[in-house]
Design a protein around this ligand. Structure first.
Ligand code: PEP
Ligand code: MG
Length: 889
């Protein structure tokens, strides 16, 4: 199997493997694709991801075959550019970049100008007729190579450079002459020798293999692993390596480098969008060291900026770029994120990929592209990452609320975020872990900050443009971000922050508006999102494409209303024990639990009945005409037993029983393993009066709503934690009896169903038998996961993250269903249930009902609906549509 694929020049690009991201990575596949449609791509080659996996498995050693293929591919580049690698008279230089299947911060990024040494730098000076450029390129190379390949501290090089600048009274790098750079190269080599213990490698092949090794090794770096875990990227994908002839954006004022998007990645507006720098190399743009200039005249005007746009300064190259943008969009049928270089007036494309975008932009682009005839409605639905909708479903700043604006920066990633200032990523993570909302404030961010950015509500940086690390990563994560807020200065030592005339400390509260770029003092109130416009359009298309219904997990009228606004088509799980958490009710529940006998329990239940009935009535009014699955009480006892002195005192007042007596009773009820204890239907079996009260409350409420409005919902009464048919049979009989009693009393009848949760392995195995009694099954995959894996839901957080890191589970099985294991039980129970009762209703109400991967599985198994918490309902609608599309293929 071919391991190295040449591209550009006269290379063939017809092997489909070369354009397959899984083989050549995103960057490599797109370079080949661009070259194949005739775009100007500097020639190069890609080493496959498969080779990376092989290298890592072989204990980090290269195969001889690889060496031979790379040597051959180098001659391809040499032939295309008419220069030789390592030729002292006229050297060919290359860049080396990583390129995984998906773009992945945390991995080795780029080494430029590779192939320079003490001899070739002179050759470059001669052929370019620009000594300054040659020595500047050499020092950049030493700096980058030392940092990313040799692992030396890049600060050492920056410091040395700063000292030279200070000594000479220079401000900008552009003020340094050829001789200055030559002497800096000398100093840099000295630093390398001192820190690395060996001279900077002069052999260009040693340089190349060092860089290839660094790319492969970076796949397993800690930063890459963290990123993979956060983004569910499997560890066995590996990364490709791209080696490409250098083109130079730093060859004077007719040269430039830039990054661009074919549409605005923050808003989705159809306008070229990007930044460029004259006489610079790529890393200058991304690093945020120099402030980049706008691409278009319109964008410069809108920002009120003075420095000329590319459209104005380089009309020829800009015209060519605009032509390429249009070709790329027409070819990929998607918004592209591009890197380019102009070398002495000639445009070169270094990269294209489908651009990261905010959810808002993703929706706008998808809907508009349908209008433009670029894609169809199903493709638009497929394009949107359901989880990204989360960004739109959360509140934005209240436009009416007063704002104490401290400063403004760039609106790098939209949305509102408020919290306490933290100044480094570790602190962000620690504070977030103890439940605080934090805003990470940095001069600029780097891949080492990823975990802190993830833990933070939002990110504020003092430097960096719209395509800086902070901006790109924040948009990808859906974190609001304000970047390049120049008025912010940070003092790491005193852990203080100055914004204009305000001095703030770590822990002080601020609010960011990533949509406008404003930074505000204190916490600004927010308003609920409106689900109209592009969002509404796309959801209509999604609803037309899905088979499964989407319900919600909710137990208050407010949540039900919200869920209906989000498109819920019923309640999939109403956890009745949650209705008792309120302070005013918990006392009656405790009395019921602690009662010594049935009479005591009935007294407590009598207090609860009217409250339950009122709760159900309010919910049923909101859910008129829709199915509502009400689950009877399933309280793990430890969540309800009193523990504090005041709680016992209060209970003693209410019952007239002594505190000691109550304590003794609570001790008696203590369980070692409450999750496997006296909960679920076991409570209903032992204390039938509890379920009797609940059934009565439900039936009375439905009859009342029916009488008042004529629009009763369909109650589906659900029994939790059933393991045997007999349990269900006993409880079903009880419910049917209460139903008849209420119907007789009210002189009215309503429809209802009785069914069960399938949340124990035994219930799944015995589903055929249990279906004799059950009109529906709802998969309680939280407990089913807990009991199938033998892993406690409440205690797993401590050890599951390392399990995921080690690849034991691809994802946390409480978040995304363990399809291969627990999934088998779901599938088997669905089959056995249907075999007994063809028309049995099947749904899922565990947390997995809001997880797109799990929803796709539910579609495959043929469930009738999924149920998710209110904010997840739109996500579930979209995921169900995508699952339907995938199944229809
Ligand atoms: C479940 O176990 O999946 C379920 C939905 O019930 P609960 O989370 O209330 O135990
Ligand atoms: Mg459960």
């Amino acid at each position: 199997m071919q391991t190295v694929y040449p591209f550009g020049g006269n290379a063939p690009h017809d092997d489909p493997r070369q354009r397959d991201k899984t083989v050549t990575g995103g960057k490599g596949a797109n370079l080949a694709e661009m070259a194949s449609i005739g775009l100007p791509v500097p020639p190069g080659f890609t080493i496959t991801t498969e080779e990376c996996v092989r290298y890592l498995q072989a204990g980090e050693s290269f195969r001889d075959e690889l060496k031979a293929e790379v040597a051959k591919a180098l001659t391809h580049i040499e032939a295309a550019v008419g220069k030789r690698f390592g030729d002292a008279a006229d050297p060919m230089l290359v860049s080396v970049r990583s390129g995984a299947r998906v773009s992945m911060p945390g991995m080795m990024d780029t080494v430029l100008n590779l192939g320079l040494n003490d001899a070739t730098v002179e050759g470059l000076a001669n052929t370019s007729e620009d000594e300054r450029f040659a020595w500047d390129s050499y020092r950049r190379f030493i700096q980058m190579y030392s940092d990313v390949v040799l692992g030396l501290d890049h600060g050492l090089f920056e410091e040395a450079l700063e000292i030279v600048k200070e000594d000479n009274g220079f401000y900008a790098d552009t003020e340094l002459s050829a001789d200055d750079w030559r002497s800096i190269v000398g100093q840099f080599k000295g630093i390398v020798e001192e820190e690395w213990g060996k001279p900077f490698p002069q052999d260009v092949h040693e340089q190349l293999w060092g860089a290839i090794r660094a790319v492969f090794d970076s796949w397993d770096s800690d930063r890459a692993k963290v990123y993979r875990r956060l983004n569910d990227i499997p560890g066995d994908w590996g990364t490709a390596v791209n080696v490409q002839a250098m083109v130079f954006g730093n060859m004077g004022d007719t040269s430039a480098t830039g990054v661009a998007f074919t549409r605005d990645p923050a808003t989705g507006v159809r306008a070229y969008y990007g930044e460029y720098l004259i006489n610079a190399q790529g890393e200058d743009v991304v690093a945020g060291i120099r402030t980049p200039q706008y691409l278009t005249h319109a964008a410069r005007e809108a920002a009120g900026a003075k420095a000329p746009s590319m459209e104005e300064a380089m009309p020829g190259a800009y015209g060519e770029l605009a032509r390429v943008f249009d070709l790329l969009e027409a070819h990929y049928k998607d918004m592209q994120d591009i890197e380019f270089t102009v070398e002495r007036g000639k445009l070169w494309m270094l990269q294209t990929r489908s651009g990261k975008r905010t959810a808002k932009a993703a929706l706008k682009m998808a809907v508009e592209m349908v209008g433009e005839g670029l894609i169809d409605q199903s493709e638009a639905v497929r394009r949107i990452d359901p989880m990204a909708l989360d960004q739109l479903l959360h509140p934005t700043l209240d436009p009416q609320a007063p704002r104490d604006v401290l400063t403004s920066g760039l609106p790098a990633s939209p949305g509102a975020a408020a919290g306490k200032i933290v100044l480094d990523a570790d602190t962000a993570e620690q504070w977030a872990n103890r439940g605080e909302k934090v805003i990470l404030v940095r001069v600029e961010t780097s891949p080492e900050d990823i975990h802190g950015m993830h833990a933070a509500q939002g990110i504020l940086t003092a430097r960096g443009g719209m395509t800086s690390h902070a901006a790109v990563v924040a948009r990808g994560m859906g974190r609001p971000c304000v970047s390049g807020a120049g008025a912010v200065s940070i003092d790491r030592n005193s852990r203080k922050l100055r914004i204009g005339s305000h001095e703030l400390s770590e822990g002080d509260e601020i609010t960011l508006d990533g949509t406008t770029g404003q930074v505000m003092l204190g916490i600004v109130p927010t308003v609920e999102p409106e689900l109209v416009g592009d969002f509404g359009t796309l959801m209509v298309w999604a609803d037309e494409l899905r088979r499964m219904r989407v319900r919600t997990n909710a137990e208050t009228p407010e949540d039900c209303r919200m869920a209906r606004q989000f498109g819920a088509e019923g309640i999939g799980l109403c956890r009745t024990e949650h209705m008792f958490f309120e302070a005013s009710r918990i006392s009656a529940v405790r009395q019921m639990i602690l009662a010594e006998d049935e009479a005591g329990r009935r007294r407590a239940l009598a207090q609860l009945l009217p409250e339950q009935r009122a709760d159900f009535t309010a919910i049923f009014e909101v859910m008129a005409g829709l199915p509502c699955t009400i689950r009877l009480l399933d309280p793990p006892l430890h969540e309800f037993l009193p523990t504090r002195d005041e709680e016992f005192a209060e209970l003693s007042d209410a019952t007239g029983l002594g505190v000691d007596h109550l304590r003794r009773r609570a001790d008696e009820l203590h369980e070692f393993n409450p999750m496997l204890g006296h909960r679920g239907c076991r409570l209903g079996i032992t204390y039938p009066e509890i379920y009797e009260m609940q059934a009565r409350a439900i039936f009375e409420a439905v009859c009342d709503v029916q009488a008042a409005s004529g629009k009763a919902p369909l109650p589906e009464i659900m029994i939790p934690l059933v393991a045997t048919r007999r349990e269900l049979a006993i409880l079903k009989a009880l419910i049917d009896r209460v139903a008849e009693e209420v119907f007789t009393e009210k002189g009215a009848r309503v429809d209802y169903l009785v069914g069960t949760m399938i949340e124990l392995p035994r219930a799944a195995l015995m589903a055929g038998d249990i279906a004799q009694e059950a009109a529906f099954f709802s998969f309680g995959t939280n407990d089913l996961t807990q009991t199938t894996l033998g892993v406690s839901r409440d205690d797993s957080a401590r050890f599951l993250a390392p399990y995921v890191d080690k690849g034991i589970f691809p994802r946390d099985p409480f978040v995304s269903l363990d399809i291969e294991g627990v999934g088998q039980l779901v599938e088997l129970a669905a089959e056995r249930g249907r075999a007994t009762r063809t028309e049995i209703k099947l749904g899922i109400c565990g947390e997995h009902g809001g997880d797109p991967a799990s929803i796709a599985f539910c579609e495959q198994v043929g469930l009738d609906y999924v149920s998710a918490s209110p904010y997840r309902v739109p996500i579930a609608r979209l995921a169900a549509a995508q699952a339907g599309l995938a199944a229809g293929k």
